[in-house]
Design a protein around this ligand. Structure first.
Ligand code: PDD
Length: 291
């Protein structure tokens, strides 16, 4: 077993050692990036917001006109088996469905006889530790060069890959994507701002992935009476923010303390980031206690 992929993995209805999980090189995921994915965090062997992740998977499948190959119950059963067999209490479950492998290469959809390819595995979940949260991370801004359906969680991630790589090449953790002067999200995260005590979040449009963590944060803000505005955020507001956060299933809530080499606010993680992180942990713990 590798250290990052638990065995067995799940491929097309079977649980297999990774080395036995074979996919055709004609698979449309490989040829075209023609497929969808999900990443579900698992805490103490409890999948977090599983129904919401499976709903977003369905919405993405609908968006690319690919029938869901598994029922919700079949997905859950496969996911529970992966969770049980993985060595870590905290995990990330990766799910992927592609439009399968035809016997030729053609952009248009293959015949209905071509079965989708379903792949899933459990990896370890490594969330930011206390040191990293206390320091925060640096980010850059880059032009958003993705397509016009960023609300779909599809495999074709080249623009995200290139954006994140620009960040890494500059010693930064994330690239924030600017389209027409407005910040939409990060290469693999959503973005939040704090200004004068108000939390600001970009609205869910076709130009942003509707993050599961994003939803939890909005719910927690509402539940705790945190003033909140959901509206487009101009790049100039981003640069004048008191706090900027990146949020995702793996990063949870992580303060961005430097943007394009300039300190954000005080240059330290702000008080609302810390507060929201605690609300988030409490919420996770309450779910885990419910079992
Ligand atoms: N990425 N926006 C983008 C472009 C993302 O890729 C992600 C998550 C998010 C946050 O979504 P969520 O809160 O549901 O994790 C926003 C995952 C972690 C990934 O690509 O592995």
């Amino acid at each position: 077993m590798g250290t990052q992929v638990a065995e067995p993995v799940f491929l097309n209805g079977q649980f297999l050692p990774l080395a036995d999980a074979r996919v055709s090189p004609l698979d449309r995921g490989f040829l075209y990036g023609d497929g969808v994915y999900e990443m579900i965090p698992v805490y103490s062997r409890q999948a977090f917001r599983l129904d919401q992740h499976l709903q977003r998977l369905q919405a993405t499948l609908d968006g690319i006109q690919l029938a869901n190959p598994l029922t919700v119950d079949a997905w859950k059963s496969a996911i529970f088996t992966l969770i049980e067999n993985a060595p870590w209490p905290d995990q990330s479950i990766y799910l992927q469905v592609t439009r399968g492998a035809d016997d030729k290469r053609d952009h248009a959809f293959p015949p209905a006889s071509v079965a989708p390819t379903v792949f899933a595995f459990a990896g370890p979940l490594i969330t930011p530790d206390a040191d990293l949260r206390a320091r925060g991370v640096a980010a850059i801004t880059v032009p958003d060069q993705r397509w016009a359906r960023c609300d779909l969680k599809v495999l074709s991630l080249l623009a995200n890959v290139l954006a994140r790589q620009q960040a890494v090449a500059r010693g930064c953790a994330e690239a924030l994507l600017i389209r027409d002067g407005f910040v939409k999200e990060g290469a693999a995260s959503n973005v939040f701002l704090v200004k004068n005590g108000r939390l600001l979040a970009p609205p869910k449009t076709q130009l942003m992935l509707p993050g599961i963590t994003y939803d939890v944060i909005l719910e927690l803000a509402a539940a705790h009476g945190q003033p909140l505005d959901i509206r487009e955020i101009h790049e100039t507001e981003l640069r004048a923010a008191d706090e900027v956060w990146m949020t995702s299933s793996t990063k949870e809530i992580l303060a961005i303390t430097q943007l394009d080499g300039i300190p954000v606010g005080s240059g330290q993680p702000g008080p609302l980031a810390e507060q929201m992180w605690h609300w988030y942990q409490d919420f996770k713990n309450s779910i885990m206690r419910k079992g």
